[in-house]
Write a protein that binds this ligand. Structure first.
Ligand SMILES: C[C@H](O)[C@H](O)[C@H]1CNC2=NC(N)=NC(=O)C2=N1
Length: 97
């Protein structure tokens, strides 16, 4: 399936204004979140995995005890695309703010 094109740095900055829990730049979107327990963090990863499979778009995930570090980037496009923004919004709907 064709992937949307990489967004310009200005477009990524503008999009980040609407995603207050995310930081980053044209190279990737980042969010960290601390869950109540290690098991809760693992369950959050499984819920994110369901969304990632649905979108066929997959986050980089780093789990340190109960803190999850997520990076969203479209490897095939070498930067952030609309798919990363869509995945970020879907992840925000799953995780505690
Ligand atoms: C064939 C399949 O669509 C591709 O390998 C997808 C899978 N998930 C992906 N996820 C991300 N984050 N970047 C990609 O380029 C990507 N490519």
């Amino acid at each position: 399936m064709p992937r949307p094109p990489r967004l310009s740095p200005d477009a990524v900055t503008a999009a980040l204004a609407g995603l207050p829990l995310w930081s980053g730049d044209a190279g990737g979107l980042r969010r960290s979140v601390e869950l109540p327990s290690f098991r809760d963090a693992v369950a959050a990863i499984v819920a994110i995995a369901d969304v990632a499979e649905e979108l066929d778009h997959h986050p980089d995930v780093d789990l340190r005890w109960r803190t999850l570090h997520l990076v969203l980037v479209s490897q095939s496009e070498g930067g952030v695309t609309e798919l990363d923004l869509q995945l970020a919004r879907r992840i925000d709907a799953l995780l505690p703010g």
